[in-house]
Design a protein around this ligand. Structure first.
Ligand code: SIN
Length: 345
């Protein structure tokens, strides 16, 4: 009872009586902190496995004082709902694709620019540096907190109409996209149309032919068996798919410092582990996809990737004209000028 009073006083003090951040009933009933982690991918994906590892580490180290409940596969909330559910305090952790955060913080669109990153190290320089910090500040203004950036690798294209080898092959095809204006521009710039759909709607949309194709990582194509609905895949590595691990700011700041440090340390370790795991899974599952009968795979050469990058160029121009953020604008201008000078050569 005494510890319950301490908990409640702390929460009231820190939250100014806001009922949103911590579930009072749970704290009272179990005298433990319960963290619900909702996500949309399978359990055996980089995100799914990292969520499970986070749970194991936190529960062991906290001696049962913190419980992490993981809800994979959109079982609790779909990606359309999870940001709002986090804000309402119905869940405490999510890890949406950066594209899905962009309606809230348009600067996150940066991660969607086609062929922006050569490899994961390029991504971490951005995510773990001043731009990552800037994005966190913007998220904090909206009541969220970015705790880490996780990886799922580069996106590939799948479709059911014909092989996509050259930029002209995109013409008149329709693609499912995540809610990102940059992704819409990317497809528009090569003559395709796009439709925003949630991840849990994707398989059926492809199966029923509502769209011709989609872009995704090897891990998502493999774990969600999207290859069963698609005849063609292009190993294009044209875009990046990573995750912002998010919590609600007030909730996080109300956690007693000792427990918060434990959680943050666990996240540091899991993030490092997850990033290596994502690379391994990508390689292993690409081999598995290559063995699938009925899926025809075309691999772009480095030269072809450069041609695609130029074909997607309008996307960069559009993003550079939209963004107001000085740090991101500076970064984009640099990339933009690099691209322009290589085009002029
Ligand atoms: C995810 O990896 O979380 C889902 C990606 C998608 O919606 O395509």
């Amino acid at each position: 009872m005494k510890s319950m009073t301490v908990w409640l006083s702390l929460i009231v003090l820190l939250l100014g009586c806001s009922p949103r951040a911590i579930d009072y009933d749970q704290v009272g009933a179990h005298d433990k902190l319960i963290i619900r982690f909702s996500h949309v991918t399978g359990e055996e994906t980089p995100k799914g496995l990292a969520a499970k590892r986070f749970k194991e580490i936190v529960e062991t180290r906290s001696d049962g004082k913190i419980e992490v409940q993981v809800f994979p596969n959109s079982t609790l909330f779909s990606d359309k709902e999870e940001l709002k559910a986090l804000k309402r305090g119905e869940i405490q952790l999510i890890a949406p694709a950066t594209s899905k955060v962009s309606p809230l913080v348009p600067e996150a669109l940066l991660f969607d620019l086609p062929y922006l990153f050569h490899n994961q190290d390029d991504v971490w320089k951005i995510a773990d540096g001043p731009i990552g910090e800037e994005l966190n500040q913007l998220l904090e203004k909206q009541g969220y907190k970015m705790l880490a950036v996780w990886d799922n690798g580069f996106k590939q294209l799948t479709n059911n109409r014909h092989p996509i080898e050259r930029p002209e092959d995109f013409k008149d095809l329709s693609f499912r996209i995540m809610p990102s204006k940059v992704l819409a521009k990317q497809f528009e710039s090569v003559g395709s149309t796009s439709m925003v759909l949630a991840f849990d709607e994707l398989y059926t949309a492809l199966e029923q032919g509502h769209v011709d194709g989609e872009e995704n990582t090897v891990s998502n194509i493999y774990s969600k068996k999207l290859y069963l609905t698609q005849k063609y895949m292009t190993k294009s590595d044209h875009g990046y798919l990573g995750y912002f691990v998010l919590t609600q700011k007030e909730f996080w700041e109300a956690i007693p410092p000792e427990q918060r440090e434990l959680l943050e340390q666990a996240l540091v370790e899991v993030t490092e582990w997850e990033r290596n795991l994502a690379l391994d899974i990508d390689i292993k599952e690409y081999e598995a996809l290559k063995a699938i009968q009925g899926l025809e795979i075309y691999e772009l050469s480095e030269e072809e990737k450069q041609q695609w990058r130029e074909a997607f160029y309008l996307t960069y121009e559009w993003f550079a004209s939209q963004t107001q953020d000085e740090i991101i604008k500076g970064f984009i201008t640099e990339i933009f000028e690099e691209g322009t000078s290589s085009k002029d050569k």
